[in-house]
Write a protein that binds this ligand. Structure first.
Ligand code: ZN
Length: 361
């Protein structure tokens, strides 16, 4: 259970932003179409080729470095500096879903040439196999922190742990290794959970929670993806600002300190596009496999997701404050169904990344 002020405002902004771009799945790196041009997330490209990213907030410049080769770019600019030579792009470096994206032209004419794949092949995963090595499963709350409590006494911490264990068993049966932040009824501080996630070297982080609301009629399933580590209200106002800037096509050309903060934050909010893909996949599966209301995919800053460097989502499996959902969440059959749905959602997500560019570093 988390505070939810500003969230509906945030969704509105997300809808606004996604209105002008479409996501193209089925590729190794997510690709976006923005104003007719194809874009790729810079962080994903750099991860793939082992290129170092640094960001200078003062002059708002991103430095890409590898083997004495250097590229300087700025969000909003069409001009880029390649080993100190000026080159011009047809479309500007941009920002989409909170991460810096670069146009196809930049990837093909600059990035790929400067930072080629070491040894690379494409491999296609066997259909149906989960294309992940390790998943961290975080059962929310525990010990002296029960989380939300239902009218008939169902405790969130117990529901979360049981579904975490079931999901872990299902993933292991698929050959995916799992790490549970807690496997018993004990209290783990949020920072401890983040540390476990980051030290594990996992490909995916899934935090499981159950919801509660004063309105007992509210029920359903929702997924949050990782969002910047700043307050929700500030985030909302800054996103609004960037949305309006985007519409005027004068994206991020200003020197606003807010903009500097948000770009700085984005650089470190790694893997966000992947988290959003996973969140959508989870909702799709739940919509077809359960009768639950699908409240949808939301971006919000949660302490538990902040600092997690792998793609991560926080799932609210249902409302213990709703009498019907409390009854369902109490039943092991329903918990199993939820765990199986989450597994299917992960499968859908990992298959979106079916074609994997493998590069030897
Ligand atoms: Zn919770």
């Amino acid at each position: 259970m988390f505070k939810k002020e500003y969230i509906s405002y945030f969704i509105l902004i997300v809808l606004l932003l996604s209105g002008c771009a479409t996501v193209t799945p089925q590729s190794a790196i997510p690709a976006y179409s923005i104003n007719g041009a194809t874009y790729y997330p810079l962080v994903s490209l750099c991860d793939l080729r082992g290129v170092d990213i640094k960001y200078d907030t003062l002059i708002r410049t991103v430095y890409l470095d590898k083997d004495t080769k250097r590229v300087n770019i700025r969000a909003g600019d069409t001009m880029v500096l390649v080993n100190d030579n000026i080159m011009n792009l047809n479309s500007p470096i941009d920002i989409y879903q909170g991460t810096i994206v670069v146009p196809k032209q930049f990837k093909e004419q600059i990035f790929d040439i400067l930072f080629p794949q070491a040894v690379s092949t494409y491999r296609r995963q066997a259909r149906g196999k989960i294309n992940l090595n390790k998943v961290v499963i975080d059962a929310g709350h525990g010990g002296n922190d029960p989380g939300a409590i239902g009218k008939n006494g169902l405790r969130e911490k117990d529901v979360n742990l049981d579904i975490a264990r079931r999901l872990s068993d299902l993933l292991r049966a698929e050959g995916v290794r799992t790490v549970l932040t807690r496997s018993s009824d004990k209290f783990i501080p949020l920072s401890g959970r983040v540390n476990i996630a980051n030290r594990s070297g996992a490909d995916l982080f899934i935090s499981l929670h159950s919801n509660a609301n004063r309105s007992r009629s509210l029920s359903g399933f929702e997924v949050y993806y990782v969002a910047p580590s700043i307050s929700d209200s500030k985030r909302a106002s800054m996103t609004a600002k960037s949305a309006s800037l985007r519409l005027k096509n004068a994206v991020f050309a200003s020197n606003s300190p807010d903009l500097q903060a948000i770009i700085w934050d984005m650089i470190y909010t790694n893997s966000r596009a992947e988290s959003i893909d996973l969140a959508h996949s989870l909702c799709r599966v739940m919509d077809s496999s359960t009768d639950a209301n699908i409240l949808g995919v939301k971006g919000a800053r949660f302490q538990v997701l902040k600092g997690v460097r792998t793609p991560g989502v926080l799932i609210e499996v249902g409302f213990v404050s709703n009498l019907n959902e409390e009854r369902l969440l109490r039943s092991s059959a329903y918990r199993q169904k939820l765990a199986e749905g989450i597994l299917e959602g992960i499968r859908g997500y990992s298959q979106d990344m079916d074609l994997v560019e493998v590069s030897a570093r």
